[in-house]
Design a protein around this ligand. Sequence first.
Ligand code: TTP
Ligand code: MN
Ligand code: MN
Ligand code: MN
Length: 371
Amino acid sequence: ATVSPPTPVATVSQYACQRRTTLENHNKIFTEAFEVLAESYEFNMNEGQCLAFRRAASVLKSLPWAVLSLGATQDLPCLGQHTKKVMEEVLYYGRSFEVDNILSDERFQTLKLFTSVFGVGPKTAEKWYCRGLRSFSDILADRSIHLNRMQQSGFLHYGDISRAVSKAEALSLRNIIDGAVHAITPAAAVALTGGFRRGKEFGHDVDFIVTTPELGKEDRLLLNIIDGLKRQGLLLYCDYQASTFDMAKLPNHRFKAMDNFSKCFLILRLESSQVEGGLHSVEGDSRGWRAVRVDLVSPPLDRYAFALMGWTGSRQFQRDLRRFARAERRMLLDNHALYDKNKKEFLAASTEKDIFAHLGLEYIEPWQRNA
Ligand code: TTP
Ligand code: MN
Ligand code: MN
Ligand code: MN
């Protein structure tokens, strides 16, 4: 008799940087429920539980198969009691009652609405909620509330910037930024990063990295680009942050959204005539233009690979890259650098492949980083 070999079961790593996660999600019913729970914990300032649900969602997103029973999750990492209870509800009833309760909760709905405004974070939203405010008209009618410049623009362009940006719109913006950059110096380069580099068809904004071969000219380059966009009448909002980058500082393994490079958060005017197939909205098309959120970051050329890695995301992928580096390699990684604590030295990289190689990781393509 022939003995069949044991079926090889690929073990799933607890680190997103050791998994390949495409945009094809076979477990949406679970990951969408987890995202609601994560957001709810975020509003309640419970970072631990928030991350636990984001991590669980990320594991399920990486699976090339759909989970059809709790038994199938037995060997998967990062799924705790609470996550399994939610999965059980979804498996048996097609919905989670805990999630349904959150979705119908007035506080959750209000905080979700308020944080959907550009410039409004969970703290501000909470403050407004506690004052009894429940709608945009409540906020705009309240004379005691001072909106900062970012929030004012957020309300002014709310309809446009809460609508998804299409790939065609992102590519048209690349041409515009590219034109602005080359009018300044032909030596500078523009690269599309963020979700669009990971292959997404839609995004909430468009992210670009601009670089110049002359070290130390990053701030100047960004200011010149902003100036060029302004002269073309395309600049609707600009929050510019000069570089505070210190090359001697050790990388910060804690994942905070911000880095110290020269950057700007913009709202640009995009003309329908400049987008192949028109704007991604019927309403916008009739007006002939729409407002779009654009982020530009300008790292020094020798830090380009680290910046590209960080800004390509996903957030969960980058979080786990840093966690892996520290826990498994005694290395510190952030958007600026990689530091080896054993050798007590910085490790240089000119491409993303160099960074994966330093970490002893298989290379993961940008479109496989949708963790
Ligand atoms: P986002 O633009 O927020 O997210 P995204 O492009 O992945 O998704 P979306 O389609 O919704 O826009 O951020 C992109 C990456 O940039 C993300 O991994 C976090 C990173 N980032 C930094 O590293 N530093 C920063 O200062 C900011 C604002 C973002
Ligand atoms: Mn598949
Ligand atoms: Mn983005
Ligand atoms: Mn962005």
